[in-house]
Ligand binder design. Structure first.
Ligand code: ZN
Length: 198
């Protein structure tokens, strides 16, 4: 069993981790692994049925007051935020500003500002993206994602439908849920909990 918290997450890469799959997809296209080079091929790969599936499920359950048209989102989001939140992109491993960030507070949706995760549920998974073992109740929706030839659980902001990342279960982390919400830093904004400071 684990003697320390958090554990070193060596086994994660050995199962069909999403980002391993991304690199595989890029490699098949004959591209180097540099993230800037693999954006276009990935967009091509993820264009068809999975994308329709995403949109049909997430759009039906969002809060109309928090949703916007594509052009409205483009106007308020940075290009990187738009690529990840609205086009279901992924930031490069280990580059996100909240990957190794452990201040006390709340993480809100970078698209609509809805509180999504508390810092008390954040843990170090070692995988290169912010990891949480649970979301604020009702804040996050789950959708089956069959892109890249595997079945994963995509998570989106329940209010605006923005893409957050994926949830992985049963990996053996010693957390209360044994779930890992693998979330892009770009999809989040941290709000410090000032009440807990002196
Ligand atoms: Zn949102």
């Amino acid at each position: 069993m684990f003697s320390r918290f958090p554990p070193v997450a060596i086994p994660i890469r050995q199962v069909s981790h999403p980002h391993t799959a991304l690199r595989t997809a890029a490699r098949l296209k004959g591209n180097p692994l540099r993230f800037s080079r693999i954006q276009e091929p990935l967009r091509t790969v993820r264009s068809t049925p999975a994308k329709r599936h995403f949109h049909s499920t997430s759009a039906a359950m969002t809060d109309p007051s928090k949703t916007k048209s594509e052009s409205e989102w483009r106007a308020i989001l940075s290009p990187e935020q738009f690529r990840i939140l609205r086009e279901k992109g992924t930031e490069r491993a280990g580059t996100g500003k909240y990957d190794k960030f452990y201040e006390e507070g709340v993480y809100t949706c970078a698209g609509c500002g809805t509180p999504l995760y508390k810092s008390t549920t954040k843990f170090n998974s070692g995988c290169g993206w912010p990891a949480f073992f649970d979301a604020i109740p009702g804040a996050v929706q789950r959708h089956e994602d069959r892109s890249f030839g595997m079945t994963r659980i995509e998570i989106t902001c329940a209010a605006c439908g923005g893409h957050l990342g994926h949830v992985f279960k049963g990996e053996g982390f010693p957390t209360p849920t044994d779930e890992r919400h693998c979330v892009n830093s770009v999809s989040l904004n941290f709000v410090e909990d000032k009440d807990k400071k002196n």
